[in-house]
Design a protein around this ligand. Sequence first.
Ligand SMILES: C[S@@+](CC[C@H](N)C(=O)[O-])C[C@H]1O[C@@H](n2cnc3c(N)ncnc32)[C@H](O)[C@@H]1O
Length: 392
Amino acid sequence: MYITILGRQPAISIAELEQAYGDVRWFSDISALVETESVNVERLGGTQKAGLVIKKLPAGDWRKASLQIVQHYSKAWADYKGKITLGISAYGFGVSTRDIQKTGLILKSKLKGTEASLRLIPNQDEALSTATSHHNKLGLADNKIELLVVRGQNGIVIAESTGSQNITALAARDQGRPKRDAFVGMLPPKLAQIMVNLAGPLTVSPGSDLAQPRILDPFCGTGVILQEALLMRLGVYGTDLSEKMIRYSRDNLNWLQEKYMVKGHWYLHEGDAMDSQWQKPIDAVVTETYLGQPFSAPPSPAKLTEVRGNCNHIITEFLKNIGPQLNPGTPLVLAIPAWKSTDDRFTHLPLTENLEKLGYARTELKNVRADQLLYFRPDQVVARELLILTKI
Ligand SMILES: C[S@@+](CC[C@H](N)C(=O)[O-])C[C@H]1O[C@@H](n2cnc3c(N)ncnc32)[C@H](O)[C@@H]1O
């Protein structure tokens, strides 16, 4: 069993895990337990760290967790010959960094006289940042250990990290690509990964002559979703109304393939999502639709009515157009706009109330309600509402 430390928006992170792994449940408000053989953090946009659970304790405080750590590892490493780098990250204890360091120091003194030598990573905070974990390669070698010690409602979990999110690589994929466009918007690669995973495990559809399942992004813009999906070993198909965007996506995908040595099928062409005929196979649709214009402050009611009506029209017509072109059961993950007003409430698109009529069922998740899947930063007016649908 694995424990995962969830990202900035835990509800979205756990939804991603549930769709990717199935057997997932909350452990605390920032962590989840995942029943699986392995977790690949590099491919999860919403998970900061993952670790293999080695011990579960009934409720308790840091002292109790600390005793267990010292007991377990002074035994486990007594016969180890060589250097061990150790980081300890605590979550939900409200413990001082000094107390965490003390656990490491006690363990270090217990190992005196053995051939194991311990190098401790200092804690700036209760938990090491993902950057520190990654920089020290914690969880990526047998002698580079990070303990994830998490307090939940029903007890404590001690786990050995198997890796943390590589924010440097994510930033390089975002900022390094040759074509970016601030007006079209910058979908963070993390969110693109989340959206691809929200489609669930994909299989090659019957009759397909491709080796991999293929996802379609009919509003592909500069191709962030296509890039992340290619890296996840999926075939990708992008279309966009704008010829410029198709050129941008092409340049970005060429760059990605060269830089990251990824092979994989991709196909791009211009097209209006409201009347395009797409080529089969389409094993999933993953797309950030048209979001309307960006706003730095909540728009006036008249402006909001206009933009909302426009977006609703384009996305509704798109859903009507693509429905008959999809096999029943095909998953769709859409990021659509929702606008924050001055009282911090959100105005949604009317189409979210009409999905059944349009021929789509919302996917019900065990751990979160649909209205929790709203991706935004506190300073943003336009949020991305994530819809997980299945073609009926
Ligand atoms: C929010 S952007 C998507 C950005 C994209 N996720 C990326 O990685 O750059 C929406 C895109 O929808 C395109 N678009 C707008 N109306 C469209 C339509 N009717 N059919 C197809 N594409 C459309 C725009 O050209 C724009 O590239």
